[in-house]
Design a protein around this ligand. Structure first.
Ligand code: ADP
Length: 186
């Protein structure tokens, strides 16, 4: 049995930064569906070709494709001790896909990153200057926030009903935020 911990929050909330640190410290796999999709784009795979324009506009890649990619990834050896899911699930069908594999990969906790939107736009725009991510533009960010509110935020309620939600104040020192998350892994 390999437990999954989900990092959920709006774009720019710092999920990736924290997920990398937690995964390393606790020997878990770090699975970022955004990174995986960007790899597909760099490698010019079929999936990458489909994903590129959708991602640049800030829309979501289709559930079928992302679920398939994620489930395949969970089959790797490095997921045996469990994994941090960074950016998945983002929709109700994606969350339900995890219910189908819950005997092998049960969801343990869902960390909800809380940051206000003004701070987020600033963070993403300055990230875009250095990361060169082609979706870190004002137009795409607007769409990503709308989609977050519409499709992803309802998952908080979904997991609240299962008593799995932990709210994390994601504003402030990276190390302080890290310690607030890490204490739940000991
Ligand atoms: P951010 O959280 O800043 O939006 P991500 O790297 O998590 O960055 O995601 C970038 C893009 O990748 C998303 O806008 C979306 O197009 C695509 N993507 C990532 N994860 C998923 C997912 N679970 N379902 C659908 N699309 C996804």
């Amino acid at each position: 049995m390999s437990e999954l911990n989900i990092f959920l929050g709006p774009p720019g909330a710092g999920k990736g930064t924290q997920a990398i640190k937690i995964a390393e410290e606790f020997g878990l796999a770090h699975i970022s569906t955004g990174d995986m999709l960007r790899n597909h784009i760099s490698n010019r795979t079929e999936l990458g070709k489909i994903a590129k324009s959708v991602m640049d506009e800030g829309h979501l890649v289709s559930d079928d494709l992302v679920i398939k990619m994620l489930v395949e990834r969970l089959g790797s050896d490095d997921c045996k001790n469990g994994a941090i899911l960074d950016g998945f699930p983002r929709t109700l069908p994606q969350a339900k896909s995890l219910e189908d594999i819950k005997n092998e990969f049960p969801v343990d906790k869902v960390f909800v990153f809380e940051v206000d939107e003004k701070e987020l736009v600033q963070r993403i725009l300055s990230r875009g200057e250095t990361s060169g991510r082609s979706d870190d533009t004002v137009e795409s960010i607007k769409v990503r926030f709308e989609i977050y509110t519409q499709d992803t935020e309802p998952l908080i309620d979904f997991y609240n009903k299962q008593d799995k939600v932990l709210k994390i104040n994601a504003v402030g020192e990276i190390d302080l935020i890290y310690r607030n998350i890490a204490k739940h892994f000991n």
